[in-house]
Design a protein around this ligand. Structure first.
Ligand code: 0X9
Ligand code: ZN
Length: 308
């Protein structure tokens, strides 16, 4: 059995990330971008070759925004592992690592992730609470971003699954990512946030039914991803905007990355499956799901590179 034959708790994930750092000291490093509400490290893996002097385009991939979506953290780690394992073995991967700087943040919401392991398998939100509010805990981390915050598809009720928080960026986990991305916004060429489930490659917007001016390019690029993904096991992922395919949901990270930080290729990928197991995707699907996503990410990275 490998690391990818089962789902793991947060401490095992952090240990695994640090083991990649020791195994590939020239390529991989881990660092914390802050602390969660309950004090867990927000650990990011950086993959980069060569001297630090050169400014490279950035690819950002995150998972584990919603506690119960375990496959997304496993898949983010799978991508990281593939990048590192295949460097110097596969000429195309070597090229992609040399060209970009990769940041992989597998567990955006560590408190919610742990809570979904220990107490409530269906937990989605963070675990924060505000003194004045008795009872319900947690903010939906994907309704807490500042761009078009509370424009629809979110709730101001603390007990809701889609509670947007008292103010934008009330959640330290989200503020930390926003700061990190904003500081590098001109270099970030792909912002990919992994969710589950429903097998979709979503483009902005989530906050309105209107289509952004870059929709054509974004949709073309989303199709590059879903076509590559399908080529391996035939999994069908739909591509389109969030409001077109799903529902209205404002305050999401992809809308912020595009609308506020100006990152054209900003996607939410909703991974396996389409509802048979839903959030409780069996662990024997981690590797196939990771493999198909890996092919999609490679195709995206090469296609975006052509535009730079
Ligand atoms: O509702 C969400 O946050 C995402 N779906 S999930 O079932 N994983 O919760 C979709 C997010 C799409 N993007 C935006 N709404 N901006
Ligand atoms: Zn989600």
């Amino acid at each position: 059995p490998t690391f990818f034959s089962s789902y793991h708790r947060l401490d095992e994930i952090h240990k695994y990330m640090k083991s990649l750092e020791s195994k590939y000291p020239k390529l991989a490093s881990t660092f914390s971008i802050g602390k969660s509400f309950e004090g867990q490290d927000l650990l990011v893996l950086k993959i980069r070759s060569g001297k630090e002097t050169k400014k490279k385009p950035i690819i950002w991939i995150d998972g584990g925004t919603h506690g119960r979506e375990w496959i997304t953290s496993a898949s983010a780690l799978y991508i990281a592992t593939k990048l590192l394992n295949e460097y110097d073995l596969d000429a195309n991967i070597t090229k992609l690592i040399d060209f970009y700087e990769w940041y992989i943040h597998p567990v955006v919401n560590p408190d919610g992730y742990e809570y979904s392991h220990t107490t409530d398998r269906m937990w989605r939100k963070t675990r924060s609470w505000t003194v004045s509010l008795i009872g319900c805990r947690g903010v939906d981390p994907n309704r807490n971003w500042s761009f078009k915050w509370n424009y629809g598809g979110s709730s101001i009720s603390p007990c809701s699954h889609v509670y947007s928080g008292l103010i934008p960026f009330s959640e330290p986990e989200i503020k930390a990512i926003a700061n990190f991305i904003f500081d590098r916004k001109n270099r970030v060429k792909l912002f990919l946030t992994l969710h589950s489930y429903s097998q979709m490659w979503l483009t902005p917007w989530g906050w309105t039914h209107e289509f952004p001016s870059d929709y054509e390019d974004q949709h073309k690029m989303a199709n590059v991803a879903v076509r590559a993904l399908r080529s391996l096991y035939g999994s069908i992922f739909e591509s389109g905007s969030t409001t077109e395919l799903l529902y209205t949901a404002s305050g999401g990270s992809d809308d912020w990355a595009y609308g506020y930080a100006g990152i054209k290729y900003s996607f939410t990928a909703e991974l396996r499956d389409t509802g048979k197991h839903g959030f409780v995707l069996p662990s024997n699907q981690i590797i196939p799901s990771g493999e198909e996503l890996w092919i999609a990410v490679k195709a995206l990275a090469s296609e975006i590179r052509k535009e730079l």
